[in-house]
Design a protein around this ligand. Structure first.
Ligand code: HEC
Length: 139
């Protein structure tokens, strides 16, 4: 058997060192709340964080059961009977295509086609919910 050439050994060694970096580079986009804030202008006509508008308030929405705010009177049955929890996966799918994901929702909004922008928005929803100046009890 021929032993691996020194050059080849160096290459294998380099690959072992660099592969974690490759994994890092390939990891999914981490939401950027600053970019999400800009995207939120799309939502702000109907939503705010700490008051209900046409749509329910967004304080604490990440992790909340869908359609569960006691003081928002205008939920559709589509949402209250969905048994969904607004985890990141469900929010991502809903925001991509609200009326496709939840037919009969009253959220008359076409959605955010770009996944990075959706992750940015979710990061912003989380950041604002954690800010006691905006969402005093995180809710
Ligand atoms: C045209 C008005 C309108 C726009 C624009 C809009 N929404 Fe909504 N949204 C609503 C309404 C109305 C509901 C309640 C839906 C229902 O009951 O079916 C809702 C519900 C939601 C819910 C579920 C909340 C809960 O308590 O279950 C989330 C999350 C949400 N919207 C996020 C967003 C985000 C993020 C944007 C911007 C990208 C956005 N919405 C844009 C009107 C809107």
């Amino acid at each position: 058997m021929v032993s691996p050439s020194p050059l080849r050994r160096v290459a294998v060694f380099a690959a072992a060192i660099l592969s974690p970096l490759a994994v890092f580079a390939a990891s999914p986009h981490e939401g950027d709340p600053a970019a999400g804030k800009v995207m939120y202008t799309e939502c702000a006509g109907c939503h705010a964080f700490n008051v209900n508008k046409v749509g329910p308030k967004h304080c604490g929405v990440v992790g909340r059961k869908a359609g569960s705010l006691p003081d928002f009177a205008n939920y559709s049955e589509a949402i209250t009977e969905s048994k969904l929890v607004w985890n990141e996966k469900n929010l991502n799918a809903f925001l991509a295509d609200p009326m496709g994901f939840l037919p009969d929702t009253t959220m008359q909004y076409a959605g955010v086609p770009d996944e990075e922008s959706r992750l940015d928005l979710i990061a912003y929803l989380k950041q604002m919910s954690a800010d006691p100046k905006v969402c005093p009890k995180g809710k």
